[in-house]
Ligand binder design. Structure first.
Ligand code: PEP
Ligand code: MN
Length: 355
């Protein structure tokens, strides 16, 4: 008898489970529609005030036997799942998100170098332009190893205002002159949108540093530029934030954006930043934009450049970026991480022999 009752009650619970499932699915399709409206109106998907009101109403309506805390915890979980679904759907629509397995953005520089086509590229050069002789010595070594894109940094975002800030426009002139001598293109970090016209006179690729990754005014302005952009990941930025920053540029009209992972801040001190190599592989899955690995600012030290370069290539990245200086100990910035020319050659030997 009690066995029959047990079967009957279990049967009722099974039916309720199916009803809950049906209601959850119905709820999810309504939420999807709400999400679409939010996106089309440019609204935030998460409305904390609405969620708080709803939880309060549920608490008032709760007749037990579940405690208010339990009911709120269950509904919070439902809200969270809906939000995650909405966000995923919103992300699937952004321009930088990969829509198919073989979608790729290929960026071709004036000298013919391709990024994103399957060729593995090396971007190299000093941390900062210091003099014509310094850049010339490095450039000669880079060109001899087939490097097609050189760093020509003339504005340096230093931690302290009392440190070397870069040569400014004369630095860009030096980089341009030397790059032309060796048939290389140059990239250079732009600090502010007011510099765009000047940068367009000298550089082939405009570079946004980690500190400016979320400067949406600058990003929008670069969306109007007719040259490729390299965008660095902020030290504290998630991959999603990184992609949304790229989206600012692309949605403003410039599809030629490359992403560069440069290490994120963690508790670890033996490297300057923690190279998020898992993040690089995720980026390759999530976006069709070329992805670059900065093995210099992530490590902050030159002694692990060779293994990091191999890791960068093995990760599926389209390029690596490394700093090279004729005499690193006397460099005016990032002295600890820049490679000497022989160290650069050794790194190239290793990385270029990889299949
Ligand atoms: C750089 O690459 O020149 C640089 C300043 O690095 P980050 O913006 O990653 O600090
Ligand atoms: Mn540097």
């Amino acid at each position: 008898m009690s066995n029959e009752r047990l079967q009957e009650l279990r049967g009722q619970v099974d039916v309720i489970n199916m009803q809950i499932l049906e209601l959850l699915s119905k709820r999810a399709s309504i939420v999807t529609e709400i999400g679409k409206l939010h996106t089309s109106m440019g609204n935030e998907h998460y409305d904390p005030e609405r969620e708080a009101h709803m939880l309060q109403a549920l608490e008032q309506a709760n007749k037990g036997p579940f405690s208010n805390e339990t009911i709120k915890a269950l509904f919070r979980e439902i809200f969270r799942a809906s939000l995650a679904m909405e966000e995923q759907q919103a992300r699937a629509k952004i321009r930088v998100q990969r829509k198919s397995k073989d979608e790729r953005t290929v960026i071709t520089l004036p000298n013919g170098a391709e990024f994103g086509s399957g060729q593995f590229q090396v971007i190299a050069g000093p941390c900062a332009v210091e003099s014509f002789e310094q850049v010339d010595e490095v450039a000669k070594a880079l060109a001899a190893r087939g490097v097609k894109l050189m760093r020509g940094m003339a504005y340096k975002p230093r931690t302290s205002p009392y440190e070397f800030q870069g040569l400014g426009e004369p630095g860009l002139q030096i980089a341009r002159q030397v790059a032309d001598k060796y048939g290389m293109a140059i990239c250079s970090e732009i600090m502010d949108q007011s510099q765009i016209p000047m940068f367009l006179d000298y550089v082939d690729v405009l570079w946004v540093g980690a500190r400016n990754m979320q400067n949406s005014f600058l990003l929008r302005a670069l969306g109007k530029v007719n040259k490729p952009i390299i965008l660095k990941r902020g030290a504290g930025a998630t991959l999603e934030e990184f992609l949304y920053s790229a989206e600012y540029i692309v949605s403003s009209g410039n599809p030629n954006v490359m992403l560069i992972e440069r290490g994120i801040r963690t508790f670890e001190k033996w490297t300057r930043n923690t190279l998020d190599i898992g993040g690089v592989t995720v980026l390759k899955l999530e976006t069709h934009l070329p992805v670059i690995v900065d093995i210099s600012h992530s490590a902050g030290r030159r002694d692990i450049a060779n293994p990091l370069a191999r890791v960068a290539r093995a990760s599926g990245a389209d390029a690596l970026m490394v700093e090279v200086h004729p005499n690193p100990p006397v460099a005016m910035s990032d002295a600890k991480q820049q490679l000497t020319i022989p160290e650069f050659n050794s790194m190239m030997d290793e990385v270029m022999q990889m299949a």
